[in-house]
Design a protein around this ligand. Structure first.
Ligand SMILES: C[S@@+](CC[C@H](N)C(=O)[O-])C[C@H]1O[C@@H](n2cnc3c(N)ncnc32)[C@H](O)[C@@H]1O
Length: 319
């Protein structure tokens, strides 16, 4: 069973589906930097680097699943929340445009899989979600959706709530689909963070830095993850990492911090951020990519184990 992925980023959705037994056959992404990471890790997948507006259904091979984690800034609390009025929000309609073109060729995928920020559910008093559901239903799909937290459904120590929208062409398959159950969080941040291995000096805070005194006073607990918010420091006592975001590493949005085994304060490394999204150690980071770019790619991506669990449930009903 093949999957084509739109807004593919670094291919987190593709990887989760692959781990569940699907073949990531085709993908589209506009950003050349994301594409470098994607290509390195999905050598078998045909990646088209272009604006989705230029993609035609005839470019996409016949697939069982069409996936898309379309840009979420337009719906996110951190953004201006303009929704479909924002160019990035309206990109959802590119997905339905492609589906309509596929319908004309009688090549509609059995399943459409969408992922976005939790806020999309309540955005514009629920109208945004209603429009998305209605659009998919008009094309012929039966739609379910649910907000899942990666710490409850992916055995990942990251607090990340995302909406997953799954649409089935076949009503009987839709009826058979079951959401995965919550699972106990046994994966701990201890395993994903290198507390005792010294990292590159650039990740550490030193007394010469302006914020150092504030950090030193507040960042004391080993095994907690902290967020520095310009004038205060927030501790996440639950030993679960706060939501990794696309803009961490840029300006005021800081990468989460820890105090390591030697008592030094440092940022999480890009690799640790990828691990906290469930990317395996074998996932490659292109040489020469700046940390800012990798932080962005990790924050923009998905929690791979959650995708895998959802893909397994989809696989069951398609079989
Ligand atoms: C939320 S991210 C999806 C990340 C992806 N799920 C992953 O696992 O990495 C949205 C992606 O859409 C891409 N994008 C934005 N506008 C686009 C466009 N007009 N055409 C194609 N891709 C676009 C962005 O570059 C970004 O990588």
């Amino acid at each position: 069973m093949k999957i084509a992925s739109l807004f593919a980023g670094i291919g987190g959705i593709d990887l989760g589906f692959q781990q569940a037994g699907f073949i990531p056959a085709w993908a589209n992404e506009i950003d050349e930097v994301c594409a470098q990471t994607f290509r390195l890790n999905h050598i078998q997948t045909k990646l088209v680097v272009d604006d989705i507006n230029n993609v035609k259904a005839s470019d996409i091979p016949a697939v069982t699943v069409l996936a898309g984690g379309f840009p979420c800034q337009a719906f996110s609390i951190a953004g201006h929340k303009k929704g479909f009025a924002d160019n990035r929000g309206s990109l959802f309609f590119q997905i339905t445009r492609l589906l309509e073109e596929m319908k004309e060729k009688s090549e509609l995928p059995q399943v459409v899989f969408l992922e976005n920020v939790k806020n999309m559910y309540t955005h514009d008093n629920g109208n945004t979600y209603k429009v998305i559901k209605k659009k998919l239903e008009d094309i012929g799909y039966h739609v379910v959706s649910k907000v899942l937290n990666s710490s409850e459904y992916g055995n990942l120590p990251q607090n990340r709530e995302r909406i997953y929208i799954i649409a089935f062409l076949d009503k009987a398959k839709f009826d058979r689909f079951r959401w995965p159950s919550p699972i106990e969080l046994s994966e701990s941040i201890d395993k994903l963070i290198c507390w005792n291995t010294p990292q590159d000096r650039k990740y550490y805070y030193t007394p010469k830095m302006k914020c150092y005194t504030l950090l030193k006073e507040n960042i004391r607990n080993k095994n907690s993850i902290y967020q520095y918010r310009r004038v205060y420091v927030r501790e996440n006592k639950s030993s679960v990492c706060p939501t990794l975001t696309a803009n961490m590493g840029m300006g005021g949005h800081n990468v989460p911090l820890i105090v390591d085994g030697q008592g030094s304060i440092r940022k999480l490394t890009p690799r640790e951020c990828l691990s906290l999204q469930g990317f395996p150690p074998s996932f490659k980071i292109p040489q020469g990519l700046t940390d800012t770019k990798v932080y962005k790619q990790a924050g923009n991506s998905v929690s791979v184990p959650v995708i895998k669990r959802l893909a397994e449930e989809i696989y069951k009903v398609l079989k």
